[in-house]
Design a protein around this ligand. Structure first.
Ligand SMILES: Cc1cc2nc3c(=O)[nH]c(=O)nc-3n(C[C@H](O)[C@H](O)[C@H](O)COP(=O)(O)OP(=O)(O)OC[C@H]3O[C@@H](n4cnc5c(N)ncnc54)[C@H](O)[C@@H]3O)c2cc1C
Length: 430
């Protein structure tokens, strides 16, 4: 391992940026600075779920005990429900599929989830109210960062963790489009509306009705209430005291059209009730309304000394509950290869990160959108439950097709092979 130091600037302190900062700060030869545009780390009041794969990464990073304290229930390797699927666009709903897996669906209050990372961040790394405006490569190879407040900073490597509307991605694509005369890359800058809106909110579990004398279904298992063009996800967080719900309504004809409004707005409870009129009555409360956007798959996550991570790289629709998990996996792999790289060799580490993460993250992005269509009976399987059920299950194969340790080893193999190549090229030149 090198004793030379290099400076990594992380732009954005959401789940992805914070996880990367915590993971990188363990490598003493790397200077880490995290620049967050807001005045503090914050997440909107809602739930977030992760799966066994992400839990394993938290274990590998030594963070699992901190997250276990704020999970809805203690994470447990036993097979447990991922989701119970019901047909609900009618007065009398019925269950038609149960997806179960080791650990089931591990749930958190978002604010608690983000705090569990933030509390592990060494002091001096985070810089608040630092909204990146642009970056510029210097002749020295360094990157100069310019912030909206007129201040600047230098780094050797910039990681754009600035979310789905990433300014880092926008500049990266503009530069590459110009340098390589590929104007098509400019079409990848703006996120696309999926044609879906989501109503999102939290319900105190004491406000939930008992059903046939039993406690509300959402307190027993994460629920996926499905109907034509609509579905509703609900699960408990905060040790069962709160139920998080997200109610989706889609119009496939509006996919890729302009959303034409702020992405997140307040809305009335009546608007949700009207949208879900005629459904079995299991839900309520004060919601916000979201335009669900995603990215088109990017052909690269790295150019030169600039890297994309999390939603900046692969902002996806939320139907596999995987965007945060994918951001955490990006952070784990990037920290792993950077931790092994010397100051003059991190280009190979970035290539190893890209080769490892890009195909998987883009696959999950694609699958996530497909899953939304499946839940709303808009996939080629329609509502043929016998075929649709296994197809839905199959969408989660990415969780077990490889392991995080295996992916880290794969990235290290790529890194080593790139380094051997370079040594051989240098020898050939002598
Ligand atoms: C309705 C819904 C439900 C979801 N549910 C789940 C779920 O259950 N499980 C799951 O895994 N995923 C879920 N996701 C996806 C998940 O929320 C995201 O994938 C994840 O939060 C992305 O994290 P991030 O750090 O990449 O980006 P963000 O969370 O967007 O963080 C970006 C950060 O960068 C900062 N920033 C932005 N621009 C700048 C700038 N120019 N300079 C400096 N800072 C900047 C922002 O202030 C913010 O702090 C859901 C998404 C939605 C919409």
């Amino acid at each position: 391992m090198s004793t030379k130091s290099f400076r990594v600037a992380i732009c954005g302190g959401g789940i992805g940026g914070l996880c990367l900062a915590v993971a990188l700060s363990k490598h003493t030869h790397i200077q880490v600075d995290l620049y967050e545009g807001a005045e503090r780390f914050k997440e909107v009041g809602a739930g977030v779920m992760i799966w066994s794969r992400t839990w394993r990464i938290l274990e590998l990073l030594g963070l699992a005990p901190h997250f276990a304290k704020v999970a809805d229930t203690q994470p447990d390797p036993a097979v447990a429900p991922g989701f119970e699927y019901r047909r609900s666009d009618r007065q009398e709903g019925f269950e038609w599929k149960l997806v179960a897996m080791p650990y089931g669906c591990i749930r958190f209050h978002r604010a608690h989830f983000l705090d569990a990372f933030a509390e592990r961040l060494p002091t001096g790394i985070a810089h608040f109210r630092k909204r990146l405006a642009s970056y510029e490569k210097q002749d020295s190879g360094e990157i100069a960062l310019t912030f909206v407040d007129g201040t600047s900073a230098m780094c050797d490597l910039l990681v754009g963790c600035d979310g789905i509307k990433s300014v880092v991605r926008a500049q990266m694509l503009r530069v590459k489009a110009k340098e390589e005369a590929q104007p098509g890359l400019l079409d990848l800058i703006e996120p696309k509306w999926t044609g879906t809106i989501a109503y999102r909110g939290l319900i105190p579990s004491t406000n939930l009705p008992r059903i046939d004398g039993a406690r509300h279904r959402t307190l027993a298992s994460p629920m996926m209430y499905c109907g034509q063009n609509k579905h509703l996800v609900a699960y408990s967080i905060s040790q069962g005291n709160i139920v998080n719900f997200v109610a989706f309504a889609s119009d496939l004809n509006k996919k890729n059209t302009a959303y034409g409004a702020e992405w997140v707005t307040d809305c009335s409870k009546d608007e949700v009730l009207e949208c879900f009129g005629g459904w079995e009555r299991e839900r309520e409360e004060k919601p916000t309304k979201w335009g669900i956007h995603h990215l088109e798959e990017l052909p690269f996550f790295v150019t030169d000394r600039v890297v994309l991570l999390g939603d900046a790289a692969h902002g996806m629709s939320p139907h596999l509950g995987a965007g945060a998990g994918q951001a955490i996996e990006d952070a784990y792999i990037l920290a792993h290869v950077l931790g092994a790289a010397a100051a003059d060799r991190f280009d190979a580490a970035l290539e190893a990160y890209q080769q490892t993460r890009l195909p998987v993250a883009n696959h999950v992005l694609r699958s996530s959108y497909e899953s939304g269509n499946m839940y709303e009976f808009n996939s080629p399987f329609g509502d043929e439950y016998s075929a649709l059920g296994p197809a839905i299950q199959h969408q989660w194969d990415f969780l077990t097709e490889s392991t995080p340790e295996g992916e880290a080893e794969k990235a290290m193999g790529i890194l080593r092979s790139l380094e051997r190549e370079r040594i051989n090229q240098n020898r050939a030149r002598l």
